[in-house]
Write a protein that binds this ligand. Structure first.
Ligand code: OOG
Ligand code: MG
Length: 264
């Protein structure tokens, strides 16, 4: 334990929020505080989210899972995913170009979004429980924009930074979750007409519903939960790609349709 004082926690939160708001990179928090635990990281994340809601005058509209793909976990040397919140001011629309000048070093990744029409609560939440609570699924993009230098961080750093979340876009085609096999949805992601990444939903903890059930149980342990009305991003299906001004990115999901965004 680092025995971080209340004042130090506040300084950390302020530095993360200021980096996001004023678009610059900061050093990893773990450089100043070694042996930073996962619990301390979620404690900072909670404080950051509370302050962000207030300063940006926004609301929580969902949850994001991260590092659900084995490839990403291996890269980070971790064995479990991470969870953050989505705020209303992070939602952007396909027809509204993304302002890349307000972003630090953005990357984009394809994900399956879940729209929940019931709270998910209780012990040992199953994939079936998630399916029941899901009204629709849709193709989505997450724009991640780590506040850390060169997009480099430890697990504790990225959790504290609300898991690099910045923006997200949901495609307009909605699908009933029970109408398709979610275990193997192929995705191709192109930038300016050239395919840059391909993947399958099997990369998301072998099945997105498994990732969702894991997250619901993990949230429960920390006094949070999936709520009726939440949009949940279930984790990247392929590696993220760098985006910048002038780029148009399209992801084509087998059976689920398309999602696209342009950057100005
Ligand atoms: C961490 C966030 C990862 C995902 O879907 O795997 C994430 C990062 O790579 O910056 O959002
Ligand atoms: Mg993501």
């Amino acid at each position: 334990m680092n025995n971080i004082t209340e004042t130090q926690y506040e300084k950390i939160v302020d530095s993360l929020l200021d980096a996001e708001q004023n678009v610059y990179e900061i050093s990893n928090i773990t450089e100043g505080y070694s042996n930073f635990t996962k619990n301390e990281a979620y404690f900072i994340q909670n404080k950051l989210l509370k302050k962000r809601l207030k300063e940006n005058n926004t609301t929580k509209i969902g949850v994001k899972l991260g590092l659900t793909s084995e490839a990403k976990q291996q890269m980070m040397g971790v064995e479990e995913p991470i969870i953050g919140d989505l705020h209303a001011d992070m939602l952007t629309y396909e027809w509204d170009p993304l302002d890349c000048f307000s972003l630090i070093h953005p990357k984009i990744e394809p994900e399956i979004a879940f729209f929940l029409h019931e709270d998910v609560q209780g012990e040992n939440i199953t994939e079936m429980d998630i399916l029941q609570a899901t009204k629709y699924i849709a193709p989505a993009f997450e724009v991640i924009d780590s506040r850390y230098q060169n997009f480099k961080f430890t697990l504790a750093d990225v959790i504290a930074d609300n898991c690099s979340s910045k923006k997200f876009v949901v495609g307009s085609q909605l699908t009933l979750p029970e109408s398709i096999d979610l275990s193997n949805i192929g995705v191709t992601m192109s930038k300016n007409g050239k395919i840059e990444q391909t993947g399958t939903s099997a990369a998301v903890l072998s099945h997105p519903l498994k990732a969702m059930a894991w997250a619901a149980n993990e949230l429960e342990k920390r006094g949070k939960r999936f709520k009726k009305g939440d949009i949940v991003l279930s984790g990247a299906i392929s590696e993220a790609i760098t985006i910048g001004s002038g780029d148009t990115i399209i992801a084509n999901f087998n059976k689920l349709g398309l999602v696209s965004i342009s950057c100005r």
